[in-house]
Design a protein around this ligand. Structure first.
Ligand code: NAP
Length: 279
C-alpha cells in the first residue's frame, strides 16, 4: 500500500500539527474503529475527534489496532459547552482520555464559543491549565471569531495556538484568516471539501486544474488548503478517497490556479454563525 507522510505545520508552543489529517465526524464507533487503522496504514497521523461526535471509543480502538507508537500520532479532541469552566474542562479531558484509552491529547479544542452562555474565557483558561500539566500538548479553540479571540487575549493574555474553522474555497474566511496570520495562530479548516458540495467540486476552476494536474477535484481543493499553510481534516470512510485525499504533497497549483479557486468565495454565505449554533 502506498504510504504518504504529511508535512507538519509548527505550533507556537513548540509542537507541530500534520498539514492533513482525518476528520471523523459523522463516523460512529464501529465505523471509526474500521476506518482509522486503514487511514494509519495509508500514512494518516492526525485524527480529529470530539466529545460531541460520540466516536472517541472507536477512534481509540482503531488507533490501538493500527499498532503505531503513540508518539507518532496526533490526536485532537474537543469538549462541549457544558464543560466551559476551569475545573469542568479538566473533567472533560479526563472523560475524553478514558474513552480514547490514551493518557494525553496532542491538541485540545474548545469546540464552540457558545457566546450566549458566555463562559468561553473560563473554558480557554481551563485548556491552558491542562497544557501546563502535559496532558494536553497544544491548546486551541474552534469556531472562534476575531471578536472572541480578542477577548481571550485581553482577559488571559494568551491566544490559542490553532483555531479550527469552517473554511473552503466557497468560504475563504478572509477576516479570521488575517487575524490568525497577524497573531501566529494556525488555521485548521473543517469541511474543507464543503461536504462534497457539487458546486465546489464541479466548479470550472477546480475541474480545469484537476485536468491539468491529472488529479481529482477533491485533491485540487485539498491542495489549495495545504498550499496556503493551513492544516486540514477532510473526512472520508472510503479507502480510495482516503488515499487520494492524502496524496496532495507531490504537486503544486500555480498562483493563477490558487486565485481562481479562491475566487469561488461566496462572501460568508453558508458559514455557520457561532452566535446561532454550538454544542
Ligand atoms: P468534508 O471533509 O468537507 O467532506 C466530507 C464529505 O466529502 C463526505 O461525504 C465524504 O464522503 C466526501 N469526500 C471525502 N473525500 C472526497 C473526495 N476526495 N472527493 C469527493 N468527495 C469526498 O466535511 P466534514 O466531514 O463536515 O468536515 C471534515 C471534518 O471536520 C469532520 O469529519 C470533523 O472531524 C471536522 N468538523 C469540525 C467541526 C467543528 O465545529 N470544529 C464541524 C464540522 C466538522 P466519503 O466518506 O464517502 O468519502
Amino acid at each position: 500500500m502506498s504510504h504518504v507522510v504529511s508535512p507538519t505545520v509548527p505550533l507556537r508552543h513548540g509542537s507541530a500539527v500534520p498539514a492533513l489529517g482525518l476528520g471523523t465526524w459523522p463516523m460512529d464507533d464501529n465505523t471509526a474503529e474500521r476506518v482509522v487503522p486503514l487511514a494509519v496504514d495509508l500514512g494518516y497521523r492526525l485524527f480529529d475527534t470530539a466529545e460531541n461526535y460520540r466516536n472517541e471509543r472507536g477512534v481509540g480502538a482503531g488507533l490501538r489496532a493500527a499498532g503505531v507508537p503513540r508518539d507518532h500520532l496526533f490526536v485532537t479532541t474537543k469538549f462541549n459547552a457544558k464543560w466551559h469552566g476551569r475545573d469542568l474542562a479538566r473533567q472533560a479531558l479526563e472523560d475524553s482520555l478514558e474513552r480514547l484509552g490514551i493518557d494525553y491529547v496532542d491538541l485540545l479544542l474548545v469546540h464552540w464559543p457558545n457566546p450566549a452562555q458566555d463562559r468561553y474565557v473560563e473554558a480557554w483558561q481551563g485548556v491552558l491549565d491542562l497544557r501546563a500539566t502535559g496532558r494536553v500538548r497544544a491548546a486551541g479553540v474552534s469556531n472562534f471569531t476575531p471578536t472572541h479571540l480578542d477577548r481571550l487575549a485581553t482577559e488571559t493574555g494568551e491566544l490559542p495556538e490553532l483555531n479550527q474553522i469552517q473554511l473552503c474555497p466557497t468560504a475563504v474566511r478572509s477576516e479570521t484568516v488575517a487575524y490568525h496570520a497577524e497573531h501566529g495562530i494556525v488555521t485548521q479548516s473543517w469541511s474543507p471539501l464543503g461536504r462534497a458540495d457539487a458546486a465546489l467540486l464541479a466548479a470550472d476552476a477546480v475541474v480545469e486544474a484537476a485536468r491539468r494536474h491529472d488529479r481529482t477535484p477533491g485533491q485540487i481543493v485539498l491542495r489549495w488548503h495545504v498550499q496556503q499553510g493551513y492544516s486540514t481534516v477532510p473526512k472520508s470512510s472510503d479507502p480510495q478517497r482516503l488515499a487520494q485525499n492524502l496524496a496532495v504533497f507531490d504537486f503544486a497549483l500555480t498562483d493563477d490556479e490558487m486565485q481562481a479557486i479562491g475566487a469561488l468565495d461566496r462572501g460568508g454565505e453558508g458559514v455557520v454563525d457561532p452566535h446561532e449554533f454550538g454544542h
